[in-house]
Unconditional design. Structure first.
Length: 110
C-alpha cells in the first residue's frame, strides 16, 4: 500500500466507497466522474503505480482483471450491448490516480 494513494485508501476502506465487488485481490467501484452510463473502476488491492511499472510477477494479477471485467459487465447488463475496457497510462495518457486501474464503460444507447 502506498499511504498517499487514493485507490489504496479506498481498497483498505479508509475512504468510504460502495464496492460493486470485492475479494482479497480486487475491488470494483463506480467512477465518481462517469464518462458513460456504466463506468466502473476495477483495481487490484496491491499498489502498482501504472502499466509502466508492471513486472513479470504481476502477470496473473493483471490478467485476472479481464475475467472480472466480463463478470462485472454481465452483472451491469452491458455484456450483450457492448462495453469498453481502458487503461490510461501516465499523465499524458490521461492517468489521474497513480494506482493501476481498468475502466469498464458501457450502457450507451446506440
Amino acid at each position: 500500500m502506498s499511504e498517499d494513494c487514493l485507490f489504496c485508501r479506498i481498497a483498505n476502506k479508509e475512504v468510504e466507497t460502495r464496492f460493486i465487488y470485492e475479494d482479497d485481490t480486487y475491488v470494483v467501484f463506480k467512477d465518481i466522474h462517469p464518462s458513460a452510463p456504466v463506468h466502473l473502476l476495477l483495481i487490484p488491492r496491491q499498489h502498482i503505480r501504472s502499466i509502466n511499472d508492471l513486472e513479470p510477477a504481476h502477470e496473473s494479477l493483471i490478467g485476472g482483471l479481464f475475467p472480472l471485467a466480463a463478470k462485472m459487465a454481465k452483472e451491469q447488463g452491458v455484456d450483450k450491448s457492448g462495453y469498453k475496457l481502458l487503461f490510461n497510462v501516465e499523465k499524458g495518457g490521461g492517468q489521474m490516480v497513480f494506482h493501476i486501474h481498468l475502466h469498464l464503460l458501457g450502457g450507451w444507447d446506440r
